[in-house]
Design a protein around this ligand. Structure first.
Ligand SMILES: C=CC1=C(C)c2cc3[nH]c(cc4nc(cc5[nH]c(cc1n2)c(C)c5CCC(=O)O)C(CCC(=O)O)=C4C)c(C)c3C=C
Ligand SMILES: [Fe+2]
Ligand SMILES: [Fe+2]
Length: 344
């Protein structure tokens, strides 16, 4: 039995051409765990409405952040893979849930090295149906069809793992060391409120009110909202932030359904309008910088803050291939590689 690891991130279009962006958005948004409505309605919303206009707009946004080597999300994931590989003895593969390299390609590469026991590492600190769950469901489908001899173990959500909290806290501290800020916003990717209710394994806990996510519950193993607030709380505690100087919000909403609130764009403008001049922002739902951090926050968010009267807007980078993060991830992998027990 040979062990190997598959790091899995979200994925990006192959290029900034509208046709590639359209292909990527089609695959992404037709995922039943992303737009979670019955197939015919989803096809009507995605193919009949969204794909007529969004690819052009998204392609323009991608052009603003694209690097010579390609999509930042992919390039940064490759850098992470390379550094983790240098610190571990098991093969480290990389795959994307949407686009390339696909999960099938990643598993093919591990299989060609003789790997039969795979640790799946969804590169998301917090669990969500639209991220971790969809990776695990697709990976299992591919395993059954193409790699029946393989077994999988999954790295659990690490939103509250003390190593992760320490690494994230240190990165915030280091990046803001020479900056001044009055308020720091923890902005997480949003999801429709409906997703939170669907992931509630107790079927009765999640009310999406002020209290449910603070009341201990079995439901929190799969509650994205709870896990986001918990990351914020633990980092704030680690760094000794005073109550009132930090808050949590949710970005990138799509469509008309209610998503998790407060919304980041309104929160940023609200702070500027309320007289905050210096703001910092950190995006802990993203392990790698991407369109949503570099463009939506770093460009659009900053512009909105300044236009509404703010003066300084400091965006903390994602963990990317940060040394401390790479070391922690490698240690988790090495600990798993040293265990005898296997699960599938
Ligand atoms: C219903 C739509 C979407 C849900 C739900 C959703 C959840 C979700 N997404 C991420 C992480 C990323 N999303 C990214 C881009 C992106 N997200 C959506 C829609 C939903 N996301 C779209 C349509 C796009 C594409 C860009 C656009 O047209 O706006 C990215 C960046 C990808 C890149 O190439 O850089 C990331 C990363 C999380 C973590 C999440 C739920 C927790
Ligand atoms: Fe997204
Ligand atoms: Fe909750």
């Amino acid at each position: 039995m040979k062990k190997g690891v598959l790091l899995v991130n979200l994925g990006s279009p192959d290029s900034t051409d509208v046709k590639d962006v359209k292909k990527y958005l089609d695959e992404f948004l037709m995922d039943e765990r992303v737009i979670d409505v019955p197939y015919l309605l989803r096809a009507f919303i995605v193919k009949g409405i969204i794909l007529n206009t969004r690819p052009k707009r998204s392609a323009e946004a991608y052009k603003k952040i694209w690097w010579e080597e390609g999509s930042p999300l992919i390039v940064l994931s490759e850098r992470l893979q390379k550094k983790v590989q240098e610190l571990t003895n098991v093969p480290i593969g990389l795959a994307m849930r949407y686009g390339n390299p696909s999960i099938k390609t990643g598993l093919d590469e591990l299989a060609s090295q003789g790997v039969t026991e795979v640790l799946l590492v969804p590169l998301y600190p917090q669990f969500a149906m639209a991220t971790t769950e969809t990776i695990l469901v697709l990976a299992e489908k591919i395993r059954k069809k193409h790699f029946p001899q393989m077994s999988f173990t999954t790295l659990p959500a690490f939103y509250n793992h003390r190593d992760y909290v320490r690494v994230l806290s240190n990165s915030i501290k280091n990046e803001l060391e020479d900056k001044e800020w009055e308020h720091i916003l923890f902005s997480y990717h949003g999801v429709p409120e409906r997703h939170i209710k669907k992931s509630d394994i107790t079927r009765s806990h999640c009310k999406i009110d002020g209290q449910c996510c603070k009341t201990p519950s079995e439901a929190h193993r799969f509650c994205y909202r709870h896990q986001c607030y918990e990351t914020t709380r633990q980092v704030a505690e680690y760094l000794g932030f005073e109550e009132g100087t930090y808050s949590t919000s949710f970005q990138s909403r799509l469509g008309k359904d209610p998503w998790l609130q407060p919304y980041t764009d309104q929160t940023i403008e609200g702070f500027a309008a309320g007289g905050t001049k210096k703001m910092a922002i950190v995006t802990p739902a993203f392990v790698s910088d991407c369109l949503e951090t570099l463009e939506e926050i770093g460009m659009e968010g900053k512009e909105a803050f300044i236009e509404a009267g703010g003066e300084e807007f400091h965006v903390v980078s994602c963990l990317n291939d940060n040394k401390e993060w790479t070391e922690v991830l490698s240690r988790w992998i090495n600990e798993w590689a040293a265990t005898e027990v296997t699960t599938s």
